[in-house]
Design a protein around this ligand. Structure first.
Ligand SMILES: [Zn+2]
Length: 306
């Protein structure tokens, strides 16, 4: 039988005849990058500069590697395309910051009063900070898992959240972590803010934010990365690229964008390569992406129908 002209890409496997550098990056990139970000946070846990510096460093590093050793050369983003995505990501981050401030303004007082009234001071502040970071991380991802699953299973939620815009890109690179419809940022930032306010987390919330931000960049990256071991709990790019598949059944898996743990617990984890990403056979226009909360683009096959 002849080979398919569009083979399934499996980014969690090394290419034929890899160089030593490709092998080292394949095995170490994800844990090393996550570890480096957490070490930087431990060294300067309150520094407001850490977030922008992490964003800049992570994306310069991953973006450079995507140009040099892309897993899928067809997903190369020319400079003009990359600049457009950087602008979209900057808008997303700005809206996300505003949404986060709004939630804090509206919810901080009632949730704090409720916690006190219910005597729910259960957060383990005496535990090592790094353990608390992972506790916030997995708790936030638990909420996000169900919100994201609702986006893909419930047509009105898919529509109002504008989630289709994030899926509408045919090529995935690390910068796609921020390629969302602006309205979706009100969804994306909610879980972490909610966990922080309900439990009165404090210092560890910032570490968890850095961990999640770095993870979401890695899981969209167009690089070959190992998924053994780390892929039991953390989402890898192989798992997340499958979620971006242009096949409806395949896209309804792997809802955890930073942690894959909850997909394993609730039976939505799947592990096969994908042939193509997107919401259909073609790249949607910028206007179609913007109008997604109002109108599904023609040819879209990923939107839930019932
Ligand atoms: Zn999705």
């Amino acid at each position: 039988m002849s080979e398919s002209p569009h083979p399934r890409i499996r980014v969690h496997e090394l290419a034929d005849h890899p160089t030593l550098a490709e092998r080292v990056l394949f095995w170490t990139l994800q844990p090393t990058l996550l570890g480096a970000v957490l070490v930087a946070w431990i060294a300067a846990p309150d520094s407001p500069l850490l977030y922008p510096l992490t964003l800049l460093g992570v994306h310069l590093f991953l973006g450079t590697l995507e140009y040099v050793i892309p897993a899928r050369p067809a997903w190369h983003q020319p400079l003009t395309e990359k600049l457009g995505l950087i602008v979209i990501a900057a808008i997303s981050l700005t809206v996300g910051g505003t949404a986060s401030e709004l939630y804090n303004t509206l919810l901080a007082e009632p949730l704090t009063s409720w916690r006190t009234a219910m005597n729910l001071e259960v957060w383990p502040h005496h535990w090592p900070l790094i353990v608390q970071v992972f506790l916030v991380f997995f708790a936030s991802e638990f909420i996000w898992y169900w919100m994201h699953r609702a986006q893909h299973r419930c047509p009105p939620v898919w529509r109002v959240s504008g989630h289709g815009a994030h899926h509408s890109f045919k090529k995935l690179n690390a910068i796609n972590f921020g390629a969302n419809h602006p309205v979706e940022l009100f969804w994306i930032v909610f879980p972490a803010v909610f966990v922080d306010l309900v439990f009165g987390v404090g210092a560890a919330a910032y570490g968890a934010l850095l961990l999640t931000t770095t993870q979401t960049a890695i899981v969209h990256s167009n690089l070959r990365l190992n998924a053994k071991g780390i892929g039991w709990l953390m989402t890898t790019n192989a798992w997340h690229i499958r979620h971006h598949s242009a096949n409806l059944e395949e896209s309804n898996t792997n809802y955890g964008c930073a942690a894959i743990l909850w997909d394993r617990v609730f039976g939505t984890f799947a592990n096969t390569g994908v042939i193509e990403a997107g919401i259909g056979p073609r790249e949607t226009t910028a206007l179609e992406k913007l109008l997604i909360p109002i109108r599904e683009p023609e040819g879209s096959v990923i939107a839930p129908s019932r």
